[in-house]
Design a protein around this ligand. Sequence first.
Ligand code: ACM
Ligand code: ZN
Length: 765
Amino acid sequence: MQINKLLFILISFSLFFSCEKEQITVEKPNIIPIPSVLNIEEGQFVLTTDTAISFDNGFKASAEFLKTYLSNSFQIKIKNEQSTNTISFKKDTLLSKAEGYKIKITPQSIIISAANDKGAFYAVQTLRQLLPEMIENGTFKAEKASISCLIIEDEPEYQYRGMHLDVSRHMYSVNFIKKYIDALALLKMNTFHWHLTDDQGWRVEIKRYPELNTIGSYRNETLIGHYNDTPHQFDGKKYGGFYTQKEIKDIVKYAQDRHITIIPEIEMPGHSQAVIAAYPKLGCTLNPVEVATKWGVFEEIYCTRESTFTFLENVLDEVLELFPSENIHIGGDEAPKTRWKTCSECQKRMKTEGLKNEQELQSYFIRRIEKYLNNKGRQIIGWDEILEGGLAPNATVMSWRGIEGAVTAAKEKHKVIMTPTSHSYFDYYQSDNENEPLAIGGFLPLEKVYHFNPMPEALNKEEQQYILGAQGNVWTEYMPTEDKVEYMVFPRLLAMSEVVWSKNENKNYSGFISRLESFNKRLEALDIKYASHLYEVEGELNSKNNKQSYALKTLTKNKTIRYTLDGSEPTLNSKKYIESIPVSESKTIKAAVFNTEKKLGQTFSETLNYHKAVGKKIIVNTTPHKAYSGSGKKGLINGVSGSNSRYGDKEWLGFWGDDLEIIIDLGKITEINSIETRFYNANGQWLYSPKEVFVDFSTDSNVKDKLRRVEVKNRDSLLSKFSVKFEGLSASKIILKIPSYGTIPEGKQGAGNKAWTFIDEIIVK
Ligand code: ACM
Ligand code: ZN
């Protein structure tokens, strides 16, 4: 971004409260997503009740939107004549991208230029962010607001800028859906992917099949706590509902007015237990089933007999009436083939269609639906599993299990939307803090979302054109309330908006963080209950010349970290952190961020277990999976254990299917009395503890002790334990061989896939 020097001197947006003669100074425009070009100029434009709005043909909608927005605080008129103190919308067909715009603010006028109303609408969203946030909720009561003169030129990087919401696992009010859409519009996102059907509830009114709603929209009860808790417990309360066609039409119109396309998702062939509960004849077994009451992947699947396709076509006909979007999402993910394998109808279908396996049967299913929708002028989007068994000819792929699906699809000249779990799953934890509210698992901090590059490196220029953009996904198993959804989505959505809108060269995480600090006030004015991890402390053990020290850092500028080493709560009087804290024994470090007056965030607490391997050399035969690489291999001997309740934190390392060989080099012959570590055993998320560990030692002369097999204990609980004691043993190197659990057994979540191994601190005493 070209910001002229003036920006670096304090730029002031002076807001004169004529009634109270109070002046508020805002430091600089804090626009999210950051625009392509922003030049601050001299002077100010003063917005008053005498300001008028004028517009060229085609910009009525944006002009009205601005007028309505300002009417929270300023009753201003639309007047189609040129006068001073005007905000004018002007047509500029030369603007290169359809969604681009320019804003030129002089003391006399604000001129918004765009090629069409979409660009003008985004200009209005930028203009909002140049004005005091109190206008958002009408608490700005002054008669004037001054805006610094400037020029902004802006356009998006990606044409698809999406946000998803699952309303099957939990459902939210129509007002909330509109509030969500409003927030997307403010951030220049243009697509709302509405996940309307799943095993736990069907949420769209379908008139032709009323039992979808009377039965399929309600579950008898809901799992409480985490899926990994044993035994499973339920709340015993009926839960559900659906959006009526009238409500949906209203929401679609509301979104259109904000230049947001709603893409409905109707899941098939898997994730269809709620439908089969309503109409058992759609399943392979014809047996009655219940709408699912817990989370996960279920074996119920649409049978491929002819009547299923008639049903789906009739359902889709109603869906198409409600949603004018070119694209319809047909799901396609996580469809176990167990039922199909033993179903005579499905096996017959495979024979008559010449299909080699059940993957090809899934492909047949999706192709048939695609053909039906193509004939109605629509296109399909599917999760990346639709690649298996052959891609339907015109399908767009939503790549979620990583980016491999994206690369394959783009090379096959198919359009792609990027939503990899690693950077797009806003249902993952966003902080390591143990006080975080319950989430499914994983770890996706704000910074990681911010640094997401949707363009896979493996694609050449020609293939890159198939990457349409990216999207954040919000699966709501653990989000029973609207506040919880907001907590999980904000501020990660702000980071995603910059990923898809802003130019790479303008992006800068520390700049984003200071804009976010200010943007949070706007979120508060909008009553959005965002998560604030801006004032948290992060810690890291460093080793140099065989000496260890502990470093602390925090994100925002001009703050102080204060800490204690005696277990007490840090206060304004605690020691100020200036440089790494030397450590040579076990300690609890507590720290927090302060301004001059008070503590700002939560207290950070780390218990260092200063055992014999801390800071020593470690070799691991393979690297952890990049989604779970935590603090890296040195994190296995950094004196800090992983969370007892979450495997996504930086102290747990995740390996996908690898047999591990770990060598810890203690540097000299050392007496070894015990070795222990833990494995995370969340089978629902494909994490399986190894069954055994083989231990070996060597001395400097490389004479090996004999290999010992040690069984891993507590493998039926969430945390299993490897522990072994020795007497009279001295060695300089410890060798641990840890075979992976292997393949996930039939009947379990993820059956047939490789199991993950998650390993914690290796404690040597
Ligand atoms: C997905 O997360 N199952 C698309
Ligand atoms: Zn069948």
